[in-house]
Write a protein that binds this ligand. Structure first.
Ligand SMILES: [Zn+2]
Length: 102
């Protein structure tokens, strides 16, 4: 019985069939996202993070750790700053801006 199922199993692992698998995963992801977007009374994480004012920093590079709790899984991300431009941490979305001293 097990040997009979094996060819079928190999077929599912076939890279030529991965497009179907990918489509199935995409459907799952969009359903999952839709579930969380139903409640419009709450703000989305992106809306919440955009309300945090940009953090002024001295120098051209800032090391972002997100929250002070390392258990939250934010690796140290070095963000390079351009003058007069907001820079975004790609992990947590915090915004940084260079603080000028004239
Ligand atoms: Zn960050």
């Amino acid at each position: 019985m097990a040997t009979r199922r094996l060819p079928h199993l190999l077929k599912t692992l076939d890279p030529f069939h991965s497009a179907t698998k990918e489509r199935a995963i995409n459907t799952l992801v969009s359903e999952h996202t839709a579930k969380w977007m139903q409640d419009t009374s709450k703000k989305s994480p992106m809306e919440l993070i955009s309300e945090v004012p940009p953090i002024k920093v001295e120098g051209r590079i800032v090391a972002c750790e997100g929250d002070s709790n390392p258990a939250l899984g934010h690796p140290i991300e070095f963000v390079c700053l351009d003058p007069e431009k907001l820079a975004l941490c790609k992990y947590c979305g915090l915004r940084y801006v260079q603080d000028h001293h004239h």
